[in-house]
Design a protein around this ligand. Structure first.
Ligand code: SF4
Length: 77
């Protein structure tokens, strides 16, 4: 997977989160430049739209992302 298509405007990638995680640069390499399919922010953006991404969600907060997606799906039923 090439670099993430959301990279230019992503708050995480552009260091716009209120608190950036310690390994931010490592995360950028792992998620943003190599495999966005495992990024919590990307998962939400892909299914619900970028405006739904919690501002301070880190790429590794996949469990939280799955919870948000599940909640959205169940409220749509
Ligand atoms: S944090 Fe996730 S959504 Fe943002 S640029 Fe990186 S891979 Fe893409």
């Amino acid at each position: 997977m090439p670099t993430c298509e959301l990279l230019k405007t992503c708050l995480f990638f552009n260091d716009k989160l209120e608190k950036m995680p310690g390994p931010a640069e490592l995360f950028k390499d792992l998620y943003c430049r190599r495999d966005n399919s495992i990024c919590a922010r990307y998962l939400i953006a892909k299914e619900l739209g970028r405006e739904v991404i919690p501002r301070d969600l880190f790429p590794n907060h996949v469990e939280m992302a799955k919870e948000i997606l599940e909640n959205r799906r169940s409220t749509k039923k």
